[in-house]
Design a protein around this ligand. Structure first.
Ligand code: ADP
Ligand code: ADP
Ligand code: MG
Length: 635
């Protein structure tokens, strides 16, 4: 067995690997960038090596620095986690050439599956059914457009080197093909450095079903059943579960066999995932499930498989890397119960899922469920990496119980001032269609308006907050006398010596609400967590945070929509400006496109009006909060 291991990653997956390594008595070495000097994975590892500046391409993506760190600390092996260098065959080869153990498949297997077109060709040869489409070497726009016509619309343009849901464009109308191709190639060039694409038939009523496979160096390959990851936003997984709802034994056997066949076709060693797409317009049928791609690494959602099989997949990886045979034979693996995972992100669903960076001044994730995280309260979500805060994983005897527990956990998440998607996750889990397991990958997009409608505090919460304010005001007057009392009366806009029931005006997340002050007995029933910041208090309810004060506590800073200033939500680069000064715009019209955190973000007009000033220029670097444009409302 290995004695020491360097983890070439950060965040929750680095912490996850450290946990198992420690359990197995393996010494751990972390690597970190400037932004991660104080990160949890650095604090948890036995040793840590600084590998460069914050941007990943200068640190976590620099293979030479990571290998040097391993040699310098005497680590025997390198675990790449997921993302970063995990599917980089050249890096895997360099690790082996340095005399180190690579916790992953042979570089040749990674290469075979690395590009989506080559992988599909390989699978066709192995007799695995693949999604219909065009894989050709001719990448001229004319040829691609002609092939799209042949495949039949709607089609999906996919970057062959794509991953993480990026580099993909659905096209419904041949007239839009050329634009979609350009935008897909632009994203592919900046994210993957490879502009080649393939064309696929866009599967209608699609479900994403994937099979966990595992191989060892002795020629054994097993599967650990399937996961359903159909709940996605912009091709990125949001909630995953195992097993897949509605999967019968015959269909399961068929896709799991296909997955093992696919893994054997590339002499697969270690943890891998075969992703399939299912056309469910007539239910889940074995002859409507096609190979989509293989991920030659541990998958983000591996915990749901661990929960239903009782296995530790990181332990399996480390055993296989040490040369051992697989810990279990196929017939020893069984599905037990149901597991579900939600990805808690530092992003705001109410503002188009803009990442929300900053210090986690207050963070509470319920510990009744399994939590995989790379941060703790007072850590910082930096703009440099994927803004995942945690994965919340539940297990139950049945899907229903796993689901109810996960929903409850998401509702109980408290985070401030960083915004999270917890309330959005809770809404998804509570949705009647998801409850019965009836969702396709288009589900979130179809319900996006309802799902993202900004949450409102309950009447009970407003009541509670109003009582809190009254309580504070009267305490202050008792402690400091009537001068301050006068002041607080004015500030909070109500009088304490008035009749027992009366309206108070509260400012809730910058909007004014009128509330009737009620039963002061509530004062003695303070069970909610609150975070106070001057005149404002943050209350948590159902996964959302409400910043509440007297109606004047906020002053006039009511946010961007009110005054028409379009602020850059984060540091980034302007890649498109679609309007000119003086132009008339309609609500929702795209004004400026910002590239930040490797994604494109459109900033739109908050209401109908005119572009009064335009500061954004193509190619310009902007900082968070920079004014990019100002819109004056149409009178
Ligand atoms: P998995 O297939 O393991 O569930 P995904 O398909 O969601 O993971 O993502 C594929 C890879 O892309 C992962 O290794 C993950 O680290 C990375 N990734 C996922 N989301 C993002 C993102 N928003 N930005 C950058 N990288 C991402
Ligand atoms: P990535 O490498 O980014 O994970 P995938 O090829 O796995 O790319 O596709 C990601 C997601 O995009 C899938 O989970 C599915 O929701 C959707 N998708 C992929 N191919 C198709 C298709 N042919 N038709 C419909 N949806 C698709
Ligand atoms: Mg995928």
């Amino acid at each position: 067995m290995l004695k020491s291991l360097l983890i070439a990653n950060r965040g929750e997956i680095a912490c996850r690997i450290i946990r198992t390594a420690r359990k197995m008595g393996i010494r751990t070495v972390a690597v970190y960038s400037d932004a991660d000097t104080k990160a949890l994975h650095v604090r948890q590892a036995d040793e840590a090596v600084h590998i460069g500046p914050s941007p990943a391409r200068e640190s976590y993506l620099v293979g030479d620095k990571i290998i040097a760190a391993a040699l310098e600390t005497g680590a025997e092996a390198i675990h790449p986690g997921y993302g970063f260098l995990s599917e980089n065959a050249d890096f895997a080869q360099a690790v082996l050439d340095a005399g180190l153990i690579w916790v992953g498949p042979n570089p040749d297997s990674i290469r075979a599956m690395g590009l989506k077109d080559a992988a599909k060709e390989r699978m066709i040869a192995a007799g695995v059914p693949v999604t219909p489409g065009y894989l050709g070497a001719d990448q001229s726009p004319e040829r691609l457009a002609a092939e799209a016509d042949k495949v039949g619309y709607p089609v999906l343009i996919k970057a062959v080197a794509g991953g993480g849901g990026k580099g993909m464009r659905r096209v419904d109308d041949p007239a839009d093909f050329a634009d979609a191709l350009l935008s897909c190639q632009r994203e592919a060039a900046s994210s993957f450095g490879n502009t080649d694409v393939l064309i696929e038939k866009y599967i209608l009523s699609p479900r994403h079903i994937e099979v966990q496979v595992f191989g060892d160096r002795h020629g054994n390959v097993v599967h650990l059943f399937e996961r359903d990851c159909s709940l996605q936003r912009r091709h990125q997984k949001v909630i995953e579960e195992a097993p897949a709802p509605g999967m019968d034994e015959a269909t399961r056997a068929s896709i799991c066999d296909a997955a093992v066949k696919a893994a054997k076709a590339v002499d697969y060693v270690g943890a891998g995932t075969i992703e399939f797409i299912a056309d469910t317009s007539e239910g889940l049928r074995a002859d409507r499930i096609w190979f989509m791609e293989m991920n030659t690494r541990l998958q983000v959602e591996h915990p749901v498989t661990e929960e239903i099989t009782g296995q530790d997949l990181v332990e399996w990886q480390l055993r296989v890397a040490s040369g051992e045979v697989l810990p279990k034979r196929q017939e020893e693996l069984k599905i037990n119960g149901w597991a579900m995972e939600a990805r808690l992100y530092a992003e705001n669903p109410a503002t188009g899922f803009l990442p929300s960076t900053g210090r986690l001044d207050h963070l509470m994730i319920p510990s009744d469920e399994r939590i995989e995280t790379g941060v703790e309260e007072r850590d910082t979500i930096s703009p440099f990496y994927d803004p995942m805060i945690a994965k919340i994983v539940s297990w139950g005897d049945t899907r229903e119980t796993a689901l109810i527990d996960l929903e409850k956990a998401c509702r109980a998440v408290e985070c401030e001032p960083v915004k999270t998607n917890a309330w959005f996750l809770a809404r998804l889990l509570g949705h009647p269609e998801f409850r019965v397991g009836d969702v396709t990958t288009g589900f979130i997009a179809e319900h996006i308006d309802d799902l993202c409608e900004p949450p409102l505090p309950s009447g009970a919460l407003l009541q509670y907050a109003a009582d809190d304010l009254a309580f504070d005001a009267s305490n202050m007057s008792a402690a400091f006398g009537s001068a301050l009392f006068e002041l607080t009366q004015t500030r909070f806009g109500f009088r304490l010596n008035a009749p027992p029931r009366r309206d108070v005006r509260l400012s809730v997340n910058g909007h004014v609400s009128a509330v009737e002050v009620g039963d002061h007995a509530l004062w003695y029933d303070h069970t909610r967590t609150t975070v106070k910041d001057g005149p404002l208090t943050t209350y948590f309810e159902d996964g959302a945070a409400f910043v509440i004060g007297g109606d004047r506590a906020y002053g006039s800073a009511a946010g961007t929509a009110a005054d028409g200033a379009i602020l850059s939500p984060m540091p980034g680069r302007i890649i498109a400006v679609d309007v000119t000064e003086g132009e008339t715009v309609t609500k929702g019209q795209k004004l400026v496109t910002l590239e930040a955190m490797k994604m494109e973000h459109s900033l739109v007009a908050p209401f109908d009006g005119t572009v009064e000033t335009l500061a954004a220029v193509i190619g310009g670097q902007v900082s968070e909060g920079a004014v990019l444009a100002k819109i004056t409302a149409t009178a």
